[in-house]
Ligand binder design. Structure first.
Ligand code: SAH
Length: 597
């Protein structure tokens, strides 16, 4: 018997076991026997993997006589009573490490993995691509393929290239010849692709297909379902890759279509006839046009829906007449077929790449958000400035392609990231602080079209990390001003400085001073000094949360009397408003509310 056997004896253990069984229906089951040791032995011999809520010592003692071969023994994970730890005890490399992670996701425990660290940071196959909508066709070969991947054997990968998937280590490559592969990972919406005998092959179904359906009023669900199933079967297309059904909105309440889709777990999307009539299709019909206002329902709706979900995303909206699928990233893979009362067609989409614009925070690892770290580990290509990449290299999963560049090549870096995403890849473009504050997000989004998905991950920007070291200077309205006049004329900067001075904003200066730009900060402080007292607090922080961090409190007049000398490009300068004060050495800008009376 396959599946996961769960063993528990105490009440708390049983409650946790039930949570696993509920989380993995059809996969996990509670194995019981009169004596717990018998249940454990039975699970070990009968199941594909075991989760034991007995102590590690007890588990190992019971199983010891049954252990034979580390590559063949059933993987075992032990979880403590308080569900704090899920320990991969046996068969780490062929399933237990992954299982410890899966258990932890359900129970909120911490996975404990004691095999080599490179192996654990490899993208786990059991959740590979799940956020891009990939599903595993048959989990059977998972353990064997996972073992081949983790043990560095030559594994062939097919069809993954165009999907925004996380990286796999270098031993997993499209170039591995089929006849030399120890295992195969296949991303495909086609059925009937035979696996070589004896080579474990793991098939993922990408959400790449849309079934277009048309029907006469009153059609039965059985008829629609049969036509759709037959169409997929005849064309060798996997039902597991169908992301949904599309039709014209006149059919939004056509119970036969809705029920057939519901039975198969597919969503139905409906389009106004006007949105379909412009699509160029192989089998238009004037009779259909006269009835519903578009010459094609099944083919046009399938293409349109596939385009929207795929690379055509933005282009398809507002497209006029004569729109070809190929123009909007969709292709018809099954032309219209008819039964007595229904029509069906299938379109395939070109997957959208994914660009994550990730702010790493000011420097310290614990000031990068968990989400930023997750995005780095999700990307197969990471683009950034070499100094930031060095900060995070140890976090990247094996197989990640790193595109590093030097200072000043911002436009090129942004363009590279977007172009990589356009090929369908999962790309992370990284920057320090927040990637949208005086950083890479704007040039990247200037290049990015509607054909890719863009995800922004916020980071703690320099002004915020500096303000926390200084006290509470940002307690009321404040402005960020970059003093770099490399790409902005100084007159424009000065106009904003005057406005901020007159508006009595607390001001944070980024890019305050460099060897070549040595007068701008003094000029800026002079402008502010025209509007606020000489003892206005000024704080500056160099290398916030990095090695050599230094936070200094000063005042406007002291800064103007030579205090700017220790300010450089690794420093952020915060000038208080006229209400800011120094309290016990800390920079405080009072909130504007009247707290009392
Ligand atoms: N995206 C970054 C800002 C880039 S502009 C962010 O959100 O923080 C570069 C300027 O940011 C530097 O010249 C400096 O003024 C400031 N800066 C960035 N990191 C800093 C740090 N750790 N400590 C102090 N200032 C920093």
């Amino acid at each position: 018997m396959n599946g996961i056997g769960v063993i528990a004896v105490t009440a708390r253990g049983r409650a946790a076991a039930e949570r696993l069984v509920a989380a993995w229906p059809g996969e996990a089951r509670h194995v019981t026997a009169e004596r717990p040791a018998d249940a454990l032995r039975a699970a070990f011999t009968e199941c594909g993997a075991v989760v034991s809520f007995l102590a590690i010592g007890a588990t190992v003692r019971v199983l010891a006589p049954l252990l034979a071969d580390k590559t063949a023994d059933t993987p075992v994970v032990c979880v403590d009573e308080a569900t704090q730890h899920a320990v991969a005890v046996l068969g780490g490399h062929h399933g237990a490490n992954d299982l410890a992670h899966r258990v932890s996701e359900v129970l909120g425990s911490r996975p404990v993995v004691t095999t080599a660290s490179d192996a654990v940071s490899v993208t786990p196959l059991d959740s590979y691509g799940d956020d891009a909508g990939l599903t595993i066709e048959d989990r059977g070969p998972l353990a064997a393929v996972g073992a081949a991947v983790l043990s560095g054997e030559a594994v062939r990968i097919e069809g993954a290239g165009e999907w925004p998937l996380p990286p796999l280590p270098d031993n997993v490559a499209p170039a591995v010849p089929a006849d030399r592969a120890a295992a195969v990972v296949r991303v495909s919406d086609r059925t009937g692709e035979a696996a070589a005998p004896g080579v474990p092959t793991l098939t993922y179904r990408p959400p790449s297909l849309v079934v277009g359906v048309g029907a006469a009023r009153g059609v039965s669900a059985g008829e629609v379902g049969r036509l759709v199933d037959q169409t997929l079967r005849d064309e060798g297309l996997a039902p597991g890759s169908v992301r949904g059904v599309a039709t014209v909105d006149l059919k939004a309440d056509e119970e036969g279509i809705l029920a057939a889709a519901r039975e198969r777990g597919w969503e139905v999307t409906c389009y106004p006839a006007a949105d379909l009539s412009g699509m160029e299709v192989p089998n238009p019909s004037e009779t259909v046009r006269a009835e519903v206002g578009t010459p094609s329902v099944a083919e046009a709706a399938a293409l349109r829906c596939a385009a929207e979900a795929g690379r055509g995303g933005g282009a398809v909206a507002g497209a006029g007449e004569g729109v070809r699928g190929s123009d909007i990233g969709a292709e018809l893979v099954a032309a219209k077929r008819k039964s007595d009362n229904a029509t069906a067609a299938v379109a395939r989409l070109a997957p959208r790449g994914r660009l994550a614009v990730v702010g790493l925070g000011p420097g310290a690892r614990d000031l990068a958000t968990p989400r930023a770290v997750a995005e780095l580990r999700r990307a197969s290509v990471v683009v950034g400035l070499d100094q930031y990449l060095d900060q995070v290299r140890d976090l990247l999963r094996p197989g990640t392609r790193v595109v590093a560049s030097g200072l000043g090549q911002e436009e090129e870096r942004a363009r590279t990231a977007v172009e990589e995403a356009r090929t369908g890849a999962a790309v992370a473009l990284i920057g320090s602080g927040d990637a949208g504050v005086y950083a890479m997000a704007s040039p990247a989004l200037d290049f990015a079209g509607a054909d890719i998905d863009v995800v922004g991950v916020p980071g703690i920007t320099a002004a915020v990390s500096a303000s926390n070291l200084l006290g509470a200077p940002l307690g009321h309205d404040h402005a960020y001003i970059s003093l770099s006049d490399l790409h902005t004329p100084w007159e424009a900067i000065e106009r904003r400085l005057r406005a901020a001075a007159e508006g009595d904003f607390t001001v944070c200066f980024y890019n305050p001073r460099s060897k070549k730009r040595d007068w701008q900060l003094t000029r800026a402080l002079e402008i502010l000094a025209e509007h606020r007292p000489p003892d206005t607090p000024v704080g500056h922080v160099r290398q916030a949360s990095r090695e050599g961090e230094r936070a200094t409190m000063s005042t406007l007049d002291r800064m103007l009397a030579g205090g700017v000398d220790d300010v450089d490009m690794f420093t952020v300068v915060i000038v208080g408003s006229s209400a800011s004060r120094t309290v016990a050495g800390r920079f405080v800008t009072p909130r504007g509310y009247r707290w009392s009376g």
